[in-house]
Design a protein around this ligand. Structure first.
Ligand code: PLP
Length: 240
């Protein structure tokens, strides 16, 4: 889908204001919250438009779609995988992404670590995806199994655990998302203590719930619709 640059600028400003206001209400510094542009289903020009607005973190949910898009992008950006990863695509993901946010099982830890070794990539930053809401339709490790997985990641030679990511269950009640975000933050605090490392990144909050996420401590908002408008129907996915 093509994006219109003027519409993008306006939506970008609106989104910035939402973040700044939510941060002010929460007594947080908006400067510590990264706005990531989710460009899935959009062409390379969406990535270049984001970069021109100084949005350097770009989220894509499909490995092959991103790999193809990257060749058409002129700007220097930081590519983040936010969609589910199959182990047979681990090598392609390690070759095309700066960070993988969707590590949710031991098999993926092994596959990514091996891929990095084969590619001669010394370090791949990752986040562990946690299904805090225990939504059967969402990917992510359970809160209970997260500590063992986080330990496996930190023991992997080429992976660097930087924090946690979650997608809350879809619900009209904002409190459902709030509980998931607060749960992710609590889990991060416990894991950081257990592993003796900071785990600074909390990837939580999208178009519909970014204020709640900011209030609960998000450091990385993954935003598509608010920046680029509705994605075409039938093509959109927020699986995982
Ligand atoms: C698509 C997607 C987003 C962005 O969703 P919007 O509601 O368009 O902001 C965020 N996170 C993940 C994992 C996604 O797949």
């Amino acid at each position: 889908m093509m994006i219109d640059p003027e519409g993008f600028r306006r939506r970008f400003e609106e989104t910035r204001s939402r973040i700044v206001e939510a941060a002010a209400r929460a007594g947080r510094d908006a400067g510590e919250i990264t706005l990531m542009a989710v460009t899935k289903t959009h062409g390379p020009e969406a990535v270049d438009a984001a970069a021109a607005a100084d949005l350097r973190h770009i989220g894509e949910n499909r490995v092959q779609e991103a790999a193809k898009k990257q060749s058409g992008v002129k700007a220097e950006v930081y590519w983040e995988l936010i969609g589910p990863l199959q182990s047979n695509k681990a090598r392609l993901a390690a070759a095309h992404f700066d960070r993988v946010q969707t590590v949710d099982r031991a098999k993926i830890v092994r596959a990514l670590d091996r891929a990095c070794g084969e590619l001669g990539r010394p370090v791949l930053p990752v986040l562990v995806q946690v299904n805090v809401s225990e939504d059967p339709r969402k990917a992510g490790v359970s809160v209970r199994d997260a500590p063992a997985l986080a330990e496996a990641v930190s023991a992997a030679e080429h992976l660097r655990l930087e924090g946690l990511m979650t997608i809350p269950a879809l619900d009209d009640d904002a409190e459902v998302a709030r509980r998931a975000f607060a749960g992710l933050r609590d889990l991060r605090d416990r894991l950081a203590e257990r592993l003796g490392m900071p785990l600074p990144v909390l990837s939580m909050g999208m178009t519909g719930d970014l204020e709640t996420a900011v209030e609960e401590g998000s450091t990385l908002l993954r935003v598509g619709t608010a920046l680029f408008g509705e994605r075409g129907s039938g093509f959109d996915t927020c699986v995982g």
